[in-house]
Design a protein around this ligand. Structure first.
Ligand SMILES: [Cu+2]
Length: 456
């Protein structure tokens, strides 16, 4: 964690470099320069709770002032490393997109200072909160827009425990397309009948960008056709693994601020949806799933018992959401014989490559020259070769020897002998094919009849 002059860290030692007058009014914002997953922030004061881990993110420290938790968010242009070798020029909060996770406890009085360092007006809406109407952050409706250079103050009591988020309610299409959003967790103040304690608690937002290969800034007029599908503004293999200890109860909190739904899918385990942005789901209303579809603007809290060791894929089930920037105005080439064609085209376009005649997996191994500042379309090196994934994909690593509270990547899973799919040696027996009573497919012709001319 990097902070300006280290203020607000742990006990929070004020620096002499800041005027005491300014300090009294405004907590100094903590700026994060790294896109790495930061360790959970243990609460230095206030009611205790088990903190969350923000995937490739961090939690905002606060200043306790007369019993009020004070946070300072700075809305500003940021450079976000979306994957190694690929940086995007986004808008966010406190140095990153998404902004820091805000963690409080049910019943906490919270004061949030929001400084606008963007070139246009903004506001912050506290999605899912019960609060006074004038604190809801809807520009023009509940407050004036925050002009560039100005700071507004929001204050309310976090009344309901649960999984929430924050985002602008001003020029939303642009500001969310540029990455302005953050997570909010309100922990229960004690044992809650519908909120079970867990050992590991992860959170991330689903977001999407449209950045041309080689470009740095998202196209803000894109409405649906985004080309980068990210978790916390990171794309695989830039998304950190979710590391857990065998036997841990694990909570996955996921919010969707893209413009489409995402069926989030876990391998090797089942989860139950234990909460939404509407609150905890009563136990009698839960059922097991391995895929949870998350609609636009929804938060989902998914709990599972990590009782199967291994490296388990965890991803969006829309297959084009596990790919990085790609053109898709491309014809299907499977089964097309390119013989001789490439040579002819190469005379016209010297670096032409034949793509896709056996499917697209070859793309994962192709040494295709990419423009500077681009993420490969499908990539990621695994222990058995190219994973061939991008976008909304990560790995849940369940390990017996992972220490409680240790989130360090343990490396690849060591499979016990005899538990990995293997190649058959020798001749494969011929498959028994059922005889079809119908004529063979080739005998059926599609009859197309053009409609005749009608003169009435
Ligand atoms: Cu998706």
């Amino acid at each position: 964690m990097v902070s300006r002059r280290g203020f607000l860290q742990g006990a929070g030692v004020a620096s002499a470099a800041v005027s005491t007058v300014a300090m009294a009014a405004l907590p100094e914002p903590v700026i994060q320069t790294s896109a790495d997953t930061q360790p959970p922030l243990l609460p230095p004061n206030g009611r205790p709770y088990n903190p969350v881990v923000t995937l490739n993110g961090w939690t905002a420290p606060w200043r306790m002032k007369n019993g009020v938790k004070e946070f300072h968010l700075v809305a500003e242009p940021v450079v976000r490393e979306m994957a190694p070798g690929f940086k995007a020029h986004l808008w966010g909060y406190n140095g990153q997109s998404p902004g820091p996770t805000i963690e409080v406890v049910e019943g906490d009085r919270v004061r949030i200072f929001v400084t606008n360092k963007l070139p246009e007006v903004t506001s912050v809406h506290w999605h899912g909160q019960r609060l006074p109407n004038g604190m809801d952050g809807v520009t023009g409706l509940t407050q004036p827009a925050i002009p560039p250079g100005k700071t507004y103050v929001y204050e309310f009591v976090a009344r309901r425990p649960g999984t929430f988020m924050y985002h602008p309610h001003a020029d939303e299409m642009v500001q969310m397309a540029m990455g302005m959003m953050g997570f909010w967790i309100t922990h229960p103040k004690g044992r809650h009948p519908h909120i079970d304690p867990v050992e590991r608690d992860f959170c991330f937002l689903l977001n999407a960008y449209d950045i041309d290969p080689g470009a740095y800034t998202p196209k803000v007029m894109t409405m649906l056709d985004f080309n980068l599908w990210s978790w916390n503004s990171r794309i695989y293999p830039g998304i950190d693994p979710l590391v857990v200890r065998h036997g841990d109860r694990v909570r996955l909190r996921v919010g969707n601020l893209t413009m489409t739904n995402h069926p989030i899918h876990i391998h090797g385990h089942e989860f139950v949806m234990t909460g939404t942005d509407g609150g905890p789901v009563p136990k009698s209303a839960r059922w097991p799933e391995v895929t949870c579809d998350i609609a636009v603007g929804q938060m989902r809290q998914l709990d599972f018992l990590a009782d199967e060791v291994g490296d388990w894929a965890f991803h969006c089930h829309k297959s084009h959401h596990t790919m990085n920037a790609m053109g898709h105005g491309v014809p299907t080439m499977i089964g097309v014989d390119h013989t001789g064609l490439a040579g002819k085209i190469k005379k016209l376009i010297p670096d032409y490559m034949v793509m896709g005649e056996r499917g697209m997996k070859d793309m994962t191994e192709m040494e295709m020259p990419l423009p500077e500042n681009t993420a490969p379309m499908m990539t990621g090196e695994g222990p058995f070769g190219a994973v061939g994934m991008g976008g909304m994909f990560s790995v849940i690593k369940v390990r017996k020897d992972q220490k409680p509270g240790d989130y360090k990547d343990p490396g690849w899973f060591q499979h016990p002998p005899g538990t990995v799919a293997y190649e058959l040696q020798g001749e494969a027996p011929a498959p028994a094919r059922a005889a079809s009573p119908k004529p063979a497919a080739r005998d059926i012709e599609v009859q197309v009849r053009k409609p005749g001319q009608h003169s009435h």
